[in-house]
Design a protein around this ligand. Structure first.
Ligand SMILES: *Cc1c(COP(=O)(O)O)cnc(C)c1O
Length: 454
């Protein structure tokens, strides 16, 4: 029986994060002030983030040390295992070798604690007492609640109303880790009250919840805000995934031709891909890095590259991003973590420069891929992760047709244990197919009055 699982020991947890900005041929464009439309100075972010994270956000240093206290917490679940997908390969009858890095072993069940822990740590170092955030389906809110509890910081989570009502288990997880969770829009903020005045029954959105959390951080001296994706420092924290995978594939005597990850704002994609992309940028290798996004929220494949806001009300800086427009409300697909209108500045620049690729998938193909994976490999993937699996299956089938023995690596970014409702719908044939129309995209983009990028 061929080897299946590649493990590292605690001493092998990376000691530094990889900052791809140092190696990018074109650096990401600067964020702009939403009012003046001028580049913002790093100090202007101080009401929102601790200084150390702001430094990381604008850093061009290639390697940033991971604090010992953070590595200690990482030891709870890191290093994470890398598996060879012998079962899936056999089912697909492909000459491709398929590997996956499993991030679902973290306490919150996804890759998100990789950044929640350092973010909370730096806030604690700077004497912050409370952190506010938003959450959609609850993955980020639960990761941050876990990290806040460990470091003794208060955590206040604004959870999109539709998920708060429809998916109570993630909320209870957050409560278990001591966080306060409020349905958004709430009457606790001016942003929330404004939305409720227009629509008392508003189901909420990620953009509205961000506005609420940001408003509260701006208002108090001892409170900061935390974001679970998109920003440069968040992407960098996730590179522990790919750095470990490089060593694990070395153990396996292999090296990838293709690296795949699902794409929401870009953090787990960056996490697994950037340490491999480094070989393309430094050594001229030609690994294909593919971002897998949903056809109902296709910012990378059908959005535009321009400045846009991160939230609905307009309190965040303008970021250079592939976007569908900050008022775009994606259909309620089950991959809640992929329902964000924009992509991070770094990933957007890399896509513009042709250094990474993107593909969009409809949810039926994704769930079918997820079931095939669960039945051959055992692990039930998060709906987000099934987008990567669908990509891998297409590439593995292509390898079979072409008769080429490609090596494919993907990020299994989380388990799907809280998504049984979605699996039930798929299995009973009730899951609806969805793809956004060109009219809907054009309508949303037509509302944008933010600066364009030549
Ligand atoms: C949040 C989340 C995503 C999407 O966010 P990225 O920043 O693009 O990684 C994907 N999968 C899971 C399981 C998530 O929790």
């Amino acid at each position: 029986m061929a080897q299946k699982k590649f493990m590292l020991s605690e001493e092998d947890i990376p000691t530094r994060w990889y900052n791809i900005v140092a190696d990018m041929p074109n650096k990401p464009l600067p964020p702009l002030h939403p009012g003046t439309k001028q580049p913002i100075r790093p100090e202007m972010l101080a009401p929102l983030f601790p200084m150390e994270l702001i430094k990381q956000e604008v850093s061009t240093e290639k390697w940033i040390d991971i604090p010992d206290e953070v590595r200690e917490v990482y030891k709870i679940w890191r290093p994470t295992p890398l598996y060879r997908a012998h079962g899936l390969e056999k089912l697909l009858d492909t000459p491709a070798r398929i590997y996956y890095k499993y991030e679902g072993v973290s306490p919150a069940g996804s890759h998100k604690p990789n950044t929640a822990v350092p973010q909370v740590y730096y806030n604690k170092q700077e004497g912050i007492r409370r952190i506010t955030t938003e959450t959609g389906a609850g993955q980020w809110g639960s990761a941050l609640s876990f990290a806040c509890q460990l470091f003794g910081i208060e955590c206040e989570v604004y959870m999109v109303r539709a998920s708060y009502d429809g998916k109570p288990y993630r909320k209870i997880m957050m409560n278990t880790w001591g966080a306060s969770v409020y349905p958004s829009p709430s009457d606790r903020t001016a942003a929330g009250r404004k939305i409720l005045a227009q629509d008392p029954g508003s189901p909420g959105s990620l953009g509205i919840a961000i506005s609420e959390a940001v408003e509260l951080a701006f208002q108090s001296e001892d409170t900061r805000y935390a974001l679970g994706s998109v920003l440069n420092h968040v992407l960098m924290h996730q590179t522990v995934i790919g750095l470990e995978a490089v060593w694990q594939l070395e153990q396996a005597g292999d090296f990838p031709d293709i690296v795949v990850a699902p794409f929401g704002g870009g953090s787990n994609f960056a996490g697994i891909c950037f340490p491999f992309l480094r070989y393309n940028l430094e050594e001229g290798k030609s690994i294909r890095c593919i971002a897998a996004e949903p056809a109902s929220c296709p910012k990378l494949t059908r959005g535009v590259f321009r400045y846009d806001l991160g939230d609905t009300v307009g309190m965040t800086p303008l970021l250079p991003m592939y976007t569908l427009g900050h008022n775009f409300i994606p259909a309620p697909i089950h991959a809640g973590g992929l329902r964000y209108h924009g992509a991070g500045a770094i990933v957007s620049q890399l896509l513009k420069d042709g250094l990474i690729e993107a593909q969009a998938f409809k949810q039926l193909e994704c769930f079918e891929a997820g079931i095939r994976f669960a039945q051959t490999e055992g692990i039930i993937p998060a709906p987000e992760a099934t987008h990567a699996i669908a990509t891998v299956i297409r590439e593995a089938e292509r390898a079979r047709e072409e008769g080429t023995a490609k090596t494919i690596l993907f990020n299994l970014c989380g388990h799907g244990h809280f998504d049984m409702g979605a699996y039930e719908q798929y299995l009973s044939g009730k899951l609806v197919e969805h793809e956004v129309t060109q009219e809907e995209i054009l309508e949303s983009l037509a509302e944008l009055d933010t600066p364009t990028i030549p």
